[in-house]
Ligand binder design. Sequence first.
Ligand SMILES: [Zn+2]
Ligand SMILES: [Zn+2]
Length: 384
Amino acid sequence: MADKRDYYEVMGLQKGASDDEIKKAFRQLAKKYHPDLNPGDKEAEAKFKEVNEAYEVLSDKEKRARYDQFGHAGVDPSYGAGAAGGSPFGQDIDFGDIFNSFFGGFGGGGGRRANPNAPRKGSNIETTIFVSFEEAAKGCKKTVSYTNYSVCNECHGSGAAKGTAPKVCHACNGTGQVQVTQRTPFGVVRTSRVCDACGGKGKTIETPCATCRGTGKVRTKRKVDIDIPAGINGEILQVSGHGNAGDNNGPYGDLRVRVEVRPHPIFERRGDDVWCEMPITFSQAALGGEVTVPTLDGKVSYNIHEGTQPNDIFKLKGKGVTHLGSSRRGDQYVKVVIEVPKHLTPRQKELLKEFDGTATEKNYGKRKGFFDKLKTMFGDDNKK
Ligand SMILES: [Zn+2]
Ligand SMILES: [Zn+2]
């Protein structure tokens, strides 16, 4: 079969022949080799068959396209095995294997076909816990509560009632897969599909364990203490072996804990630095002096300088958040907010007016600069 002639050659045509040329060639050749016109001529009979076969393929758009691409193997199911080169589908193909090689099979081992009885690691569990701003900044210990699938204590994961054991599935001999052979235009294709009898497990349980209903696993509430490292901010901590139970005595999956930080009423985190705003009175700003500043380490006193302006920022070195994975700390930045007093008493107003009467340009550099600019703009005395 490997020396099967090319269909175009059979028809005496070039590869790009038009539909009309194909039809015309067929009519001529069919007449030439028709058995009725060549009684007893074995060679003519064979040629007539060959022409018919070629026409059947070349006159059908789809078949012709496949033939053009894959040659005889593209259109003849019996062709292929042992064919010399050419077609990518020239060999028997096992689509199950192709699938497994793309997706790594079930076990992820990349083997030919996953053994349903091989130990498999359990799936991971994801959960989120919340910590305070201070806890995240300095690190802490937390108890995480979660629910997982644990190995059933009653049957030790087998799923079979006490005193019984799972049996190897007869339908698939324990492989969990059954082979399906199909003849297709691409050749003989073997595919495997999940065994219906056992659902791919490779075994059947006659008397299921009552505790886990034959699954071998039970939902279990669990707690685990974890160390939250200082400097964390939305990262995920992995607690190995605290996820769901594996299959066939495979290891437990992991617990993945996302640590979310609650916002703080005063502090705001920017990288490893802590920012806050601090209201002071306008006389504090003008006179300077000691103020009490909240930090992650408690209250500290800070000397603001005389003539501090609104939105001035001062820095407290090393009072920020510990950098994740080190002992280095960021800084704290404090932005000054000057609060203008409201609801003044007549006496207070009197004092302020008295103060104002003594103020000069020297006291208000910005104001002076502003009115100097106005002066150059309008050439006029706009003051007050
Ligand atoms: Zn059980
Ligand atoms: Zn089976």
